[in-house]
Design a protein around this ligand. Structure first.
Ligand code: TRP
Length: 500
């Protein structure tokens, strides 16, 4: 602690601007863990490595966290035969605790100790680095130019090589979310759920349950929103989202989102929101227009804040969400430019299958309010009923009439869910010729869709008996996200000069 105080004092005396980075969400002090919880890049981290030579001198190497030291080169540069990591007692003599060192006092320490400092030339390529500040749970973000001013005697050299694992092993952080306004349907599956299951191994995935957003146009129905959270959790489990790999969390448990929203709101205009096509169509659909609740109107900025809460770099969503992602990118860009911040990601949208899944009635959109959805939780009986109601070719009266396949919902579903492609091709051919009836087309569609839904339905039943456990997982996830979001909000405050 004493050392930390000295560091802060030194930085102040030298007039050096710096940021303390909140790393308290990390379970340990490893670089991998810091990368995981703070979303920093390996190349932004810098470690201060203390070695001792056979002659008892200290050799300190400052290297980027995406690099490995080539000890042969350092030995040669420093003229020493052996290099060993400094012992805990050595570090204590210098005022440090193991794992909590800092480069800030190196210049001063050189006055009393024999310390050679080597700076990895890759460090010099950065504008800033995140390094130690000798305080548990915190890091120091400092401009490289300022860091060098603190060093006293040092040499820059090509003393490192790429750390392959850290070049390739970086898991990008992704965030996606749903509004809890009912159960999920096959449109959600095709548009985003399928992607999430595929992505959860390769990425650090977060799934947000946007209950505050759900209330923005369902303010009179809080019970429905609350109950829908449990439905969503069951649906997630049913399609194969693994709660240990994916962090599922609840929006209202992370109040930092409102803070970040407010900071972003200075960079959005009323006009921009009005032109957001998602808002535009929803306004029309809900015939709200002038009486639109402000809470709904500000949705795009609040969604941008959701994404910033975990500083996500990828957002897998249905293509209807593309304008939301574009707005987010613009807000982040404007904020970062205004305050010279470089740590906030401009997120990319990742869009699911570019096919639209129409409702069973032929409506372009499938939705609860339209009463035209096939739910992941539908029983076999419900599925059969719905499949037989599916909108086909309205001009076709008899099975012998030549029919149209394009825009025919039965065939759109066949293409999406029937794995027997030959059967689909044969049905299409006969439909156009007028040699197959709607009943056969639908019977085969029912079988195909039931094959798809059966395993999901079974897992969903299992989930029904684990609701409490799943909710607890989501609350745990919320705690984790809250810590990350606090770090982001503080970074923004720092940038805006409102952090005290
Ligand atoms: N707007 C999204 C929807 O209607 C839900 C959502 C809220 C979301 N916040 C998000 C999606 C953040 C992705 C990222 O489906």
């Amino acid at each position: 602690m004493e050392t930390h105080r000295k560091i802060v004092e030194k930085l102040k005396i030298m007039g050096i601007k710096y940021q303390e980075i909140d790393q308290r969400a990390a379970k340990d002090r490893s670089v991998d863990e810091l990368v995981r919880v703070t979303g920093m890049k390996y190349s932004e981290g810098m470690s201060t490595l203390f070695f001792r030579t056979e002659k008892g001198e200290y050799v300190v190497i400052l290297r980027r966290d995406d690099r490995n030291v080539i000890s042969k080169v350092v030995k040669k540069l420093s003229g020493s035969k052996s290099l060993n990591f400094a012992q805990e007692s050595d570090l204590e003599a210098l005022g440090f605790e193991a794992g909590l060192v800092s480069p800030v006092l190196l210049g001063e320490l050189q006055n009393s100790y024999d310390i050679k400092v080597y700076v990895d030339s890759k460090v010099i390529e950065n504008d800033f680095v995140i390094c130690g500040i000798a305080k548990e749970g915190f890091g120091l973000k400092i401009k490289v130019g300022d860091l060098l001013k603190l060093l006293g005697r040092y040499e820059v050299g090509e003393i490192t090589e790429a750390n392959e694992k850290r070049q390739s092993g970086v898991k990008k952080r992704i965030l996606t979310g749903d509004r809890p306004t009912g159960k999920l349907h096959i449109g959600h599956y095709v548009g985003t759920l399928k992607n999430r299951v595929l992505l959860q191994d390769e990425y650090d995935q977060f799934v947000l349950i946007a209950n505050i957003h759900a209330l923005s146009d369902n303010s009179d129905n809080p019970k429905m929103v609350k109950e829908s959270i449990l439905e969503l959790l069951c649906d997630y489990y049913a399609v194969g989202i693994d709660f240990d790999k994916t962090t599922v969390y609840i929006q209202s448990e992370v109040p930092e989102v409102h803070e970040i929203f407010m900071y972003l709101s200075n960079f959005a205009t009323v006009q921009q929101i009005m032109h957001n096509p998602t808002i535009k169509t929803e306004l029309k659909q809900n015939s709200m227009e002038d009486s639109t609740p402000l809470g709904f109107f500000i949705y795009p900025i609040h969604q941008a804040a959701d994404i910033l809460c975990v500083n996500a770099s990828l957002v897998p969503v249905g293509k209807d969400q593309a304008p939301m992602i574009e707005d987010t990118r613009e807000l982040v860009r404007k904020f970062s430019k205004t305050y010279g911040v470089s740590s906030l990601n401009e997120p990319e949208g990742l869009y699911g299958a570019q096919v639209n899944v129409p409702g069973i009635d032929g409506n372009e959109k499938m939705g609860k309010s339209l009463n035209n959805a096939i739910y992941l939780s539908d029983s076999e009986e419900e599925l059969r009923k719905k499949v037989f109601k599916v909108y086909t070719d309205p001009n076709r009266i008899r099975a012998t009439d030549p029919g149209t396949v394009e825009g025919n919902v039965a065939f759109i579903y066949h293409d999406l869910f029937n794995t027997d492609k030959e059967e689909v091709a044969d049905l299409k051919k006969r439909y156009v010729e007028g040699t197959v009836g709607d009943v056969e087309v639908k019977e085969k569609l029912f079988i195909a869709m039931n094959n798809f839904l059966t395993p999901i339905r079974e897992k969903r039943l299992e989930a029904e008996s684990m609701k409490e456990e799943l909710l607890n997982k989501a609350l745990e996830g919320s705690k984790k996200v809250r810590k990350i979001a606090r770090g982001i909000a503080d970074t923004m405050k720092e940038a805006m000069l409102i952090k005290y």
